[in-house]
Design a protein around this ligand. Structure first.
Ligand code: ADP
Ligand code: ADP
Length: 232
């Protein structure tokens, strides 16, 4: 489903070079919930942003569902990105738009006809349990509700992959569990491959099938969660 091949990323700023990723090789299978864990500065955010090419690798290839993302024209890349949804730690909702309008946003960009947008938004509101908040603004919602909007928006274009960038890090433990349960249900019911980054072991233990441990831009361990974390 997702193959990262020999990915290296060097940031250059103010005459300084930072090697954020070094020779990353990763294969994520369809239907998996794949976790990437590591300390702050390990390169997690840089790594996940390579999957939808929000960051471009200095060297190496990113292949998603057979498509070499690194070789696409800008227009083709925009199209392919619809099959990769993303959610964020701070939700990234548009504060001047209602819940309904936030969810519809990617469908309008994709030029879906109005009647289909409405039908799809209704479906998505049901999926994340926010029917009664369709006309609320983000500022009127709790953190967990905001993330549900983020999830609905990310799923609007029926992606095959969902990327989660510290999606529960701003939430309390109870809300974290409810969002993780929703992600698990989405993975199992809609068969969407999920890649998440986190610094919290609990997130990995509760829903991931496989995990990679990132340290200093290098994958130091990778495997089934039980094998990686229950070693003597
Ligand atoms: P993590 O998500 O694990 O905290 P990051 O991917 O954010 O790690 O960062 C990895 C390394 O790359 C860090 O040393 C960070 O300072 C550096 N870095 C990240 N983004 C940039 C950038 N835009 N410019 C320069 N250095 C960056
Ligand atoms: P039809 O009923 O004619 O088969 P579809 O509902 O399958 O039409 O889709 C019509 C167009 O809208 C297609 O180009 C399809 O790719 C696009 N489309 C359908 N559903 C979505 C969606 N959830 N997000 C973005 N585009 C969509």
């Amino acid at each position: 489903m997702i193959r990262l091949q020999h990915i290296s990323k060097i940031y250059e700023s103010g005459g300084q070079q930072t090697a954020a990723l070094r020779e990353i090789n990763l294969h994520i299978k369809p239907g998996d919930i794949f976790g990437i864990i590591g300390h702050s500065g390990a390169g997690k955010s840089t790594l996940i942003r390579h999957i939808n090419l929000l960051e471009r690798p200095t060297t190496g290839q990113v292949v998603v569902d057979g498509v070499d993302m690194t070789a696409l024209s800008y227009r083709k890349l925009q199209e392919e990105r619809r099959s990769i949804g993303m959610i964020f730690q701070h939700f990234n909702l548009l504060s001047s738009l209602t819940v309904k309008e936030n969810i519809a946003f990617p469908l309008r960009l994709a030029k879906l006809p109005q009647d289909k947008v409405q039908r799809r938004v209704k479906e998505l509101l049901g999926l994340v349990g926010l029917e009664s908040h369709a006309d609320s603004y983000p500022s009127q919602l709790s953190g967990g509700q905001k993330q549900r909007v983020g999830i609905a928006r990310a799923l609007a274009t029926e992606p095959k992959v969902l990327l989660c960038d510290e999606a529960t890090s701003a939430l309390d433990p109870q809300t974290t569990q409810s969002i993780l349960s929703l992600l698990l249900a989405i993975n199992r019911r809609l068969n969407i491959t999920i890649v998440l980054i986190t610094h919290e072991m609990q997130v990995i233990r509760s829903i991931c099938d496989r995990v990679a441990v990132l340290d200093g831009g290098v994958i130091v361990e990778e495997g089934a969660v039980a094998d990686v974390f229950l070693k003597p």
